[in-house]
Design a protein around this ligand. Structure first.
Ligand code: PLP
Length: 382
């Protein structure tokens, strides 16, 4: 074993061996200082001057995430959105950016609003269709392709290897929002991605008690150095205690991802048999359009997110969400408790999500209880 590279469960459980360097405790401390001592010779012995550029509490979660993703380095941010915005603002006004038609609406609306106002030429493309991507790429002008897979809220799957090859062929970089897959189920860098982004608010932290974001880079190059600078200059840093909580959450990530994947697969199969439901969207279902690609680029499960479309439309969807007792009516995903949400309501008037769609984040409860609760709520619709 000593010569084998430890596997993800081992890396995560031991947090790469992070320790308290003073007391040799098995849990690293929270570093709360905002500033560091300068020596009489005018040097900073620790290499640190101020806690906005970096903080020792950021390093254990950053190192663990980089190791799990197979990347060269990682950076944590105040939120997933802050991490994404650092990537977009590392580009230059006039740069052409391609993003998915289907993706987390908040980041898409940043691109359509502030992103365009800042000068990015943003084009939304169906990234499940390689021909559409090939047609949209402008060699020498397109700087970034931003793909989310599985993508909110339909869990559409983008073929990462193919997308990376097309992007690189046109001189563009590929960044992947891998929030839903996590490095336990998919490692985009292995498929050619240049950057991986996470809303660490979700599965990485996993307890619905921290808002955080992260980026991982395949290599340390000028583009990455610009992003490192931007975190400092934009100041969107995580608090030290939140960084500490994030590491604590990540230690159980592999276990949680296996459990939610098993439960979601069981719930998806069960709901697919109910005639009140017109469509179940889950990449693990054999008839899902993304199933074959997902099976190639995800290992150990298809994740904990699924959506259902009610045959009787929006009213039935909202009524079903009203009738559940165990599932919590709330936005977000990736926590221990299962959530149900009428997605179009939170996305607002320009939402393109079907009005009949409910998004389900499967948590860590016993799946039999979750199924029984959905069944009683569905029975009340009849
Ligand atoms: C897939 C995905 N990416 C990014 C984000 C944004 O992350 P945050 O809320 O941490 O800013 C979210 C939040 O819901 C998300 O679901």
């Amino acid at each position: 074993m000593a010569s084998d590279r430890p596997r993800p469960d081992t890396l995560a459980a031991q947090a790469l061996g992070a320790l308290d360097p003073v007391g040799h405790g098995l849990v690293p401390p929270v570093h709360v200082a905002t500033t560091y001592l300068r020596d009489p010779d005018n040097q900073y012995r620790s290499g640190r001057s101020y806690a906005r550029p970096d903080n020792p509490s950021f390093e254990p979660p950053e190192r663990l995430l980089a190791a799990l993703e197979g990347g060269a380095a990682a950076l944590i941010f105040a939120s997933g959105t802050a991490a994404a915005v650092a990537v977009f603002t590392s580009l230059r006004p006039g740069d052409h950016v391609i993003a998915g038609e289907v993706m987390y609406y908040g980041i898409q609306s940043w691109l359509r609003g502030p992103g365009r106002a800042w000068g990015l030429e943003v084009e939304l493309v169906d990234l499940t269709d390689p021909a559409a991507l090939a047609a949209a790429l402008r060699p020498g002008r397109t700087r970034l392709v931003w793909a989310e897979t599985p993508a909110n809220p339909t869990w559409a799957i983008t073929d990462l290897a193919r997308t990376a090859a097309l992007a690189h062929g046109a001189g563009a970089r590929l960044a992947v929002d891998s929030t839903v897959a996590t490095p336990i189920l998919s490692r985009p860098i292995e498929h050619g991605a240049d950057l991986v982004m996470h809303s660490a608010t979700k599965y990485l932290n996993g307890h619905s008690d921290v808002v955080a974001g992260a980026l991982v880079t395949a290599k340390i190059d000028e583009d990455w150095q610009r992003i490192v600078q931007l975190r400092k200059q934009q100041g969107a840093i995580l608090g030290a205690f939140e960084a500490w909580l994030l590491l604590r959450g990540m230690r159980t990530l592999p276990l949680r991802m296996r459990q939610v994947s098993r439960s979601a697969a069981r719930i998806a199969l069960h709901l697919a048999q109910n005639t009140l439901i017109a469509r179940v969207r889950y990449p693990g279902l054999p008839d899902d359009p993304g199933n074959a690609i997902a099976a190639r680029q995800m290992q150990g499960g298809f994740g904990g997110m699924l959506s259902i479309e009610l045959a009787d439309g929006e009213e039935a969807a909202i009524a079903l969400a009203a009738h559940v007792q165990l599932w919590r009516r709330a936005t977000s995903l990736g926590g221990p408790e299962s959530l149900i949400e009428h997605r179009a309501s939170i996305e607002g008037p320009d939402s393109r999500t079907p009005r009949s769609l409910l998004r389900l984040s499967v948590g860590l409860e016993d799946p039999a209880d979750l199924i029984a609760d959905l069944d009683q709520a569905l029975a009340r619709l009849v």
